[in-house]
Design a binder for this molecule. Sequence first.
Ligand code: ME8
Length: 495
Amino acid sequence: MKTKFYITTPLYYVNAAPHIGHSYTCIAADCLARYYRNLGLKVNFLTGTDEHGQKIQRAAEAQGLEPKVFSDKAVSVFKKLWETLDISYDDFIRTTESRHEKIVQKVLEILYKKGELYEHIYQGWYCTPCETFWSESQIQAGNCPDCKRPVEKIEEKNYFFKLSKYQDWLLDHIRSHQDFIKPASRREEVLKFLELNKLSDLCISRPKERLSWGIPLPFSPDHVTYVWFDALINYISAAGTFDKDDKYQSEWWPADLHLIGKDILRQHAVYWPIMLKALDIEPPKTIFAHGWWMINADKMSKSRGNVVSPIEMAEKFGVDVYRYFLLRDVPFGSDGNFSEEAIVKRFNGDLANDLGNLLYRTLTMIEKYFQGEIPDASINLKNKRAVEIEAKIKALDSGIKVNMGENDYNFSLALEPAWELINLANKYVEDTKPWNLAKENKTDELKEFILVLVNVIRKTSDAIYPFMPQTAESIKQQIGKNKISKGKPLFPRIE
Ligand code: ME8
């Protein structure tokens, strides 16, 4: 049985403000972290910021700031957002921290000593926004094949990492570890890429004269480290260290789950495991690449200028509504179209009509028929519907576990059994007509009926806690004790 859960998000670039896409990965990671903490596991939830490289250096210059000062400002924006969205990270790592820089330099030293790095004159094309080298045959009409922006011709001395020599090892590893890359479509994509292409070695340095904002190579003062090589190492630098024999020590490693977007799958599923292999460190257990939030069929991204602010959405609809929408509306792994209309639809349906209504009407009945006291819990269920609902309550945990478990991370499906229960309970209210029970003085039947509803609500609130922590807390306050404490409706309908 596993006892710890080490989960990470990408380290976001600090060159622009975070948008809905960034918040998505953190909300998903937060949901899993809360879920696993509740199951009693020791959880380490890591997020942070990626602060080196040309993109950041240029963004800082544009504001007339030193890159570190520029990054400090950006980091406070990220931290403020995570606080607003209730992101319960355990650790936040910045690639400019010395705990990280030291390990990056150590990694470089180890690999250099082992002969995994070599010097080479590079001639070719370079895409600055992607910080990627392209060959003549890869570029498309003078543009980057990925981001479609113009590439620059360069010739320079650099250091290369022997990525190519590990291609067969990586193929074997992916083939023999079903859970290494998820979902299955992404696993296929990486396998196909490795089967059809020969890996080139990876250029891991940039000459200082072209780019000064990076971690210096310990064996070449004229170079800094390539930003991706630097940033990936965060997953081990945040959670451990090397001993005097260059063996990596960490109570957390291997990571249980690297959550990323599908845009950075290649770096995580190809570069990263090979870097670890060259260092004699175990690969992470699972890399899960989720889909993209789109706006009218275009990926939401800062470079396309179509971003929506998560703070604005959370202010407009509420933090939990926003979290719920992102996790519920689209199966994890698929792309989704973002729109406010879609949020309103989820809000009025799932939250106002279903969950909010069940809580409010139950509290109202407890007030009316039992003076605000929840009836005694020791009942002997006689009603067929009540028995049926109680059975569903018992099955809820396992229903959620199947979808939140190690193999799936399907948030949307995990929520379904909770809503089935809520809908069943609402239907039970409509069919039972409690006012008649009250009129006919059928007190035991009425008690039984109310207790079933209370159980449904309490159980559902536990189940939704990882998704909507504030809502779960608020439900608990209203109906957690003997005496209820009815508040305003949780989700008043949006007209
Ligand atoms: O790539 N939909 O940082 P980044 C869903 N620094 N998720 C999205 C998204 C969208 N439209 N847009 C962004 C980097 N994301 C590197 C990572 S890791 C060692 C270094 C999310 O700021 C998603 O998680 O460009 C994606 O992978 C990440 O933000 C990219 O963030």
